[in-house]
Ligand binder design. Structure first.
Ligand code: FAD
Length: 411
């Protein structure tokens, strides 16, 4: 096996990886980005709707346009597409890769993990019934329609009202598929309010809250599903079951951070995402992380910013081999479903990205015993809350062993 030597290896060529590779190269590091797909862009390439880049470029771009801008910045980094990372060694930054460049071992000084997230499949829902053709995760359906020009079916139901499900409901409708509805187990939609309005309300697509699919029917091809209402604990009420005739079921029930190939890297127990500090450094000092492999982010602008930060930190680590800065662990307290990062560096400014467990009209985000944080109106689990703490505040938090972050309702 051939060995290729670099300073910084970036795994994944989506928004996070491209931003990381560009910033590592700008820092003067010999940088290599490996992407298993045939093109750079990651999920952006199939997101042909607008809504990207408002923060970063102050323009409303489509996903491919946003990806194009990041690709333009990539000068200075080497890029291998069609090359998959198989595994990274636990004890040192050496990785085995396979693909268009052959079987290549990459010896790096630092690694940035930016492998994105994968979709939860129907199996994760444990729905009984047959497994006929016609059941797709939303990202696959999006790829079929937007990249390959193929329709997955004629009459569809979407399970899950997160942004991806909402966007796919609209996309299929615009392509002439009869979308019978979007089913959501929770009593509130999972996606951004603007997407509920622009993707469902504007096209008369029904949103069925507190409903789920309880059975799949069909041999060969899907013939329909049974829907039922759920009670307050999410348990289906069998007496409400009704058959809906569809030939296509689109599953959009969440993303799981992609961490295959680095089983030794510590993860957040709630999300399975990589645990990293505000510098995007994991407890494995040479391993940095950015993007949806930390936790699924709403906005690509945030993903690109974190990618840049991770790339810069990895390049500096590769140059100086610094040991990690002392960190304070951040814990999820009541009301917090997702929290990035997992550690803060005392004395350095930090932006916390968190998702609340429940929608709240007005809430207070509290960080640590001194009650740093802020009041937020209109809290929705679909929308990440950003809380910035000053260097003085993070320095004060160093006095505590563990710092918890809480979201509590304000009446
Ligand atoms: C349907 C949809 C709609 C969205 N709409 C918006 C929107 O309107 N506005 C907005 O700002 N954001 C939106 N987002 C969010 C945003 O696009 C994503 O959060 C962001 O693009 C994720 O970037 P990433 O680099 O973390 O992951 P990805 O884009 O998933 O990139 C990860 C890359 O890593 C590669 N990879 C994985 N494993 C390996 C391996 N072992 N070896 C080599 N390569 C590997 C993958 O092939 C992939 O290219 C949307 C996302 C989706 C899915």
């Amino acid at each position: 096996m051939r060995t290729h030597r670099v300073d910084v290896l970036v795994v994944g060529g989506g928004a996070a990886g491209m931003a990381a590779a560009a910033s590592a190269a700008r820092e003067g590091a010999k940088t290599l980005l490996v992407e298993e797909g045939s093109r750079l862009g990651g999920v952006l390439d199939q997101c042909i709707h607008p809504g990207f880049g408002l923060h970063r470029y102050r323009e409303e771009l489509t996903g491919p346009e946003f990806a194009h801008r990041l690709r333009e910045d990539l000068r200075g980094a080497d890029v291998w597409t069609g090359q998959s990372l198989l595994e990274v060694e636990p004890g040192r930054p050496r990785a085995r890769t396979v693909g268009a460049a052959g079987l290549v071992e990459i010896a790096a000084k630092a690694v940035v993990w930016a492998a994105g997230a994968r979709e939860r499949p129907l199996g994760a829902l444990r729905v009984p019934g047959t497994r006929p053709a016609g059941i797709f995760v939303a990202g696959l359906a999006q790829r079929l329609v937007n990249i390959h020009g193929l329709l997955p079916g004629r009459r569809a139901l979407v399970v899950g009202s997160g942004d991806i499900g909402l966007i796919m409901a609209r996309r299929l409708h615009l392509e002439g598929v009869e979308v019978t509805g979007v089913v959501e187990i929770r009593p509130y939609p999972g996606g951004l309010l603007r997407n509920v309005v622009q993707c469902l309300d504007d096209f008369g697509i029904p949103l069925l809250l507190s409903h789920t699919v309880v059975e799949v029917h069909g041999r060969g091809r899907l013939s329909g599903v049974t829907l039922a209402e759920v009670d307050g604990s999410g348990i289906p009420r069998p007496e409400t079951g009704r058959f809906v005739e569809v030939d296509t079921l689109i599953i959009s029930v969440g993303l799981v951070p992609e961490v295959e190939g680095i089983p030794f890297a510590p993860r957040d127990p709630a999300t399975g995402g990589l645990a990293a500090s505000t510098r995007l450094q994991t407890p494995v000092p040479w391993l940095f992380a950015a993007g949806n492999c930390l936790a699924p982010f709403d906005l690509v602008d945030t993903v690109a910013t974190l990618g840049e930060r991770a790339g810069t930190a990895a390049a500096r680590y590769a140059r100086r081999g610094l040991s990690p800065a002392p960190t304070v662990a951040l814990g999820r307290g009541p009301g917090v479903a997702v929290l990035v990062p997992s550690f803060l560096v005392p004395g350095e400014e930090v932006t916390l990205y968190l998702r609340a467990s429940l929608p709240l009209a007005q809430a207070r985000v509290t960080v640590g015993p001194d009650g740093f944080g802020r009041v937020v109106r209109g809290v929705r689990p679909a929308e990440m809350i950003e809380v910035r703490l000053s260097p003085e505040e993070t320095k004060a938090l160093a006095r505590s062993r563990n710092v918890t972050v809480e979201v509590t309702t304000l009446r």
